[in-house]
Design a protein around this ligand. Structure first.
Ligand code: NDP
Length: 478
């Protein structure tokens, strides 16, 4: 039983001034689309319409690519690295200055708790720009030869789970290396990308260096298939990633794909249980589980299974679900009706396949899209909930007896984005880390991100790395 109740602590949304409608950001200005099409973006927590956003068609994408090409040839690629760095530093500082506004806007449009957008997303956005600003005049020391060249125009398509952070992962390295970009944010979360367009204006970025085209999947397709693009960077589902790989295969475009995951979070019997439980909760309930590297498969050593499960259930009962703008909220809204339907469907499949479903007592708001934190026990390797990315607050629990069995089960997945290992033994951490087929392996922690550290997948989780020195390679002609 909780010892006290929390009073509501909502963050004020008055710091955000929403426009009724937003144009496309092309060549440094907001402009309407050629055919006048638009769509609405809503708050997933309340279903309130936040703004109308322009839908870019192929002619608009073409305008954006042309603007990016001109800026690449006439301005950005010929500008000395130290001058490009100044622009990136300026952007980073404006992001910091406008951090509160950006955090509120992100939570409104995406549904994620303000605590996460304020303390994780936005600080990491600034960090990515600061970090890459530092590289802009030092590329010759990055290990890619004495004068590495940019690629040209990058077409970048990002998902809705970390809207502004994924934009930063894409735009910061591209600009640091001397490329220009056309970026398409996800249909359900365009607002922080449009605020970023304003930041580019505020920072005095030359017109055409960054272009933002809003729209749905068709806009993304028009962008990645445009013949004027030299580089495609995509984060999203494995299914769309495969389509993009097929479309780009016969072209000279350089491609990086950051796709789905089904990460194993592995708890050995000597792990500190309380710490591991915090890591499990952070691994799967952070950002409602809308995380490609989420620890969605918990592998627990049989000898500590009961203890870990009891502790995990106790901890889940303390999670607070509700208003994303409330500073005490741990679990916010599911990003869209479509995503909620997918989470519900896979959870029903889990039950039908014989796994046991459990959620703590939890009142869901009437309006908006919500799903309670959920654990499935009695899950086997063959269950769909152990194999498919649910992309929601749903944890599948499996057990193992030996490190070899844990490794076998962890690697038995078509994905390979991340993994977590919880144990006191350094030798076991190293043994596991060197054998896990995952791009990132966290030891006694989970979901830790840093711009200096490369991130990316094995197998169907994609190819290419983002972040760190390795991430520069994706934007250089090497
Ligand atoms: P998508 O892969 O469809 O969306 C990612 C981005 O690609 C969005 O901007 C989307 O536009 C765009 N897009 C869609 N179709 C195309 C296309 N043919 N060519 C180019 N761009 C395209 O993911 P969804 O949002 O539909 O989510 C579906 C599932 O994908 C989720 O349930 C989850 O399992 C997984 N997912 C994984 C992510 C990850 O980081 N691993 C991130 C997001 C989703 P728009 O949103 O406007 O349709």
């Amino acid at each position: 039983m909780p010892t006290f109740e929390y009073a509501p602590a909502p963050e004020s949304r008055s710091i955000v001034s929403l426009r009724e409608s937003y144009g496309l950001f092309i060549n440094g200005e907001f402009s309407p689309s050629v055919d006048g099409r638009a769509f609405k973006t809503i708050s997933p927590a309340t279903e309130e319409v936040l703004a109308e956003v322009t839908e870019a068609g192929p002619a608009d994408v073409d305008r954006a690519v042309t603007a990016a090409r001109k800026a690449y040839e006439q301005t950005w690629s010929v500008m000395p690295g130290r001058e490009r760095a100044k622009h990136l530093f300026r952007i980073a500082r404006i992001v910091q200055e406008r951090a509160r506004e950006l955090a509120v806007l992100e939570s409104l449009d995406n549904g994620k708790p303000i605590r996460e957008s304020r303390d994780v997303d936005i600080p990491l956005v600034a960090a990515h720009f600061f970090y890459h600003a530092g590289w802009a005049d030092k590329l010759e020391y990055a290990g890619y030869g004495p004068a590495p060249r940019p690629l040209g125009v990058a077409g970048q398509v990002i998902p809705w789970n970390f809207p502004l952070l994924m934009l930063a992962w894409k735009i910061a390295p591209a600009l640091a290396c001397g490329n220009t970009v056309v970026l398409k944010p996800a249909e359900t979360t365009p607002l922080t990308a449009l605020a970023f367009a304003e930041i580019c204006q505020q920072a005095g970025l030359p017109p055409g260096v960054v272009n933002i085209v809003t729209g749905a999947g068709e806009t993304g397709r028009a962008l990645v298939e445009h013949p004027g693009i030299d580089k495609v960077a995509f984060t999203g589902s494995t299914e769309v990633g495969k389509q993009i790989a097929r479309a780009c295969a016969p072209t000279r475009k350089k491609v990086t794909l950051e796709l789905g995951g089904k990460a194993a979070n592995i708890v050995f019997e000597d792990a500190p249980v309380d710490q591991a439980v915090e890591g499990i909760v952070n691994g799967i309930f952070f950002n409602q589980g809308h995380v490609c590297c989420a620890g969605s498969r918990l592998l627990v050593q049989e000898s500590v299974y009961s203890e870990v499960l009891a502790s995990l259930r106790r901890r889940l009962a303390t999670l607070r679900l509700g208003d994303p703008l409330d500073k005490n909220t741990d679990v916010g809204a599911i990003n869209s009706a479509a995503q909620l339907a997918k989470i519900r469907e896979l959870s029903e499949v889990g039950e039908a396949e014989g796994a046991q479903r459990w959620s703590p007592p939890c009142e869901l708001p009437v309006k908006g899209f919500w799903f309670p934190p959920t654990i499935f026990t009695g899950v086997s390797q063959a269950h769909r909930i152990a194999r498919e990315e649910i992309f929601g607050p749903v944890l599948s629990v499996l057990t193992f007896r030996t490190p070899a069995e844990a490794l076998e089960k962890a690697n038995n997945t078509p994905y390979g984005l991340s993994a977590g290992v919880w144990t006191e033994k350094g030798s076991l951490i190293l043994w596991m880390a060197s054998r896990l087929r995952a791009g990132v392996v966290w030891a006694n922690t989970f979901n830790k991100f840093d711009p200096t550290s490369p991130f990316g997948g094995y197998k169907e989780s994609g190819y290419g790395r983002e972040g760190g020195r390795h991430g520069l390679e994706a934007y250089l002609d090497v």
